[in-house]
Design a protein around this ligand. Sequence first.
Ligand SMILES: [Zn+2]
Length: 364
Amino acid sequence: MSAPSPTAAQIRSLPKAVLHDHLDGGLRPSTVRELGEELGVEPPAASDEGVADWFEAAADSGSLPRYIATFDRTLALMQMAPALRRIAREFVEDMVADGVVYAETRWAPQQHLAGGLMMGEAVAAVQEGLDEGVAASERAGRRIVVGQILSHMRQLPPTLELVELAAARRDRGVLGVDLAGPEAGFPASRFAEVFERARELQVPITIHAGEADGVASIAQALDCGATRLGHGVRLVDDLGPESGGPGGAGEPGPVARRVLDGGVCLEVCPRSNLQTSAAASMDTHPVDRLRRLGARVALSSDNRLMSRTSTSREWQRVVDTFAWTLDDMERATLDALAAGFAPAAQRAALGEDVVVPAYAAARR
Ligand SMILES: [Zn+2]
């Protein structure tokens, strides 16, 4: 008999790992309001509920300009060190409260310099906030490992400085680099030199690909050395038909083979995929099929504010739709840990000391 699906309470409390969460997409509605008042930036609504509604409605609107405008709102609040520090600390607090034991936050330092900060200063401010959050959670007896990923933006000029910064801070909380921003029309190949340097410096690489653009974009991300893909859900276009006539299910194509055989982890964020139309519905979301084909899948929240979501809500969506079991949840959590960019010993210890015992207890 197969293991049962986790209950809602188990989904919230069991240890989870988050590989894909944007710092500028995860502000608390109350923080948007309070920082707005502090900085003289009018918040989009007067109440927390109103702020949450505004962000969700804009992200749900199907209008790209409205969606992008939500980030203008949060970025406007994140140009000074104290705000970056606060938001990073709250990121850790919110992850801990949601049962997350391993979390990587990503953001683009180039977008946080309007207040006069240098990139290194901005990264240091975020790290202070992360460290404060971890220290507070340890005092409360809750273990969590966190770190930051520095994102390049597809629409901005490539800069080696960001990679050099990531390499210089590898032992101080920076785990890797990413490529984010509008995928269609801004190919990853423009950043080939940046990612070549990252590989030389042994800085791990994840790239948003296969979300707003297709299989060719995924291939480019792999060519750049990505060992993880932000979303990657359009890989489904290279899987062939799910089942079919006399020939049965199709064989995965060459790009799908590279992902499946190479153990490339797909950072899947279901609610976000629905909002950006990378998937039409949960029922037709490729996450389950990719998992059944053996893909490493890590469920994450992407932009908790814009998607009005949390890691456990993303898990709930997948459990409700595909009846994933406790075993599935444990395996995906261990897969996510295995694909994490923090030092291997830290990730392995979390798996052995925290994840495996908690799921074993839940099955009893
Ligand atoms: Zn993302």
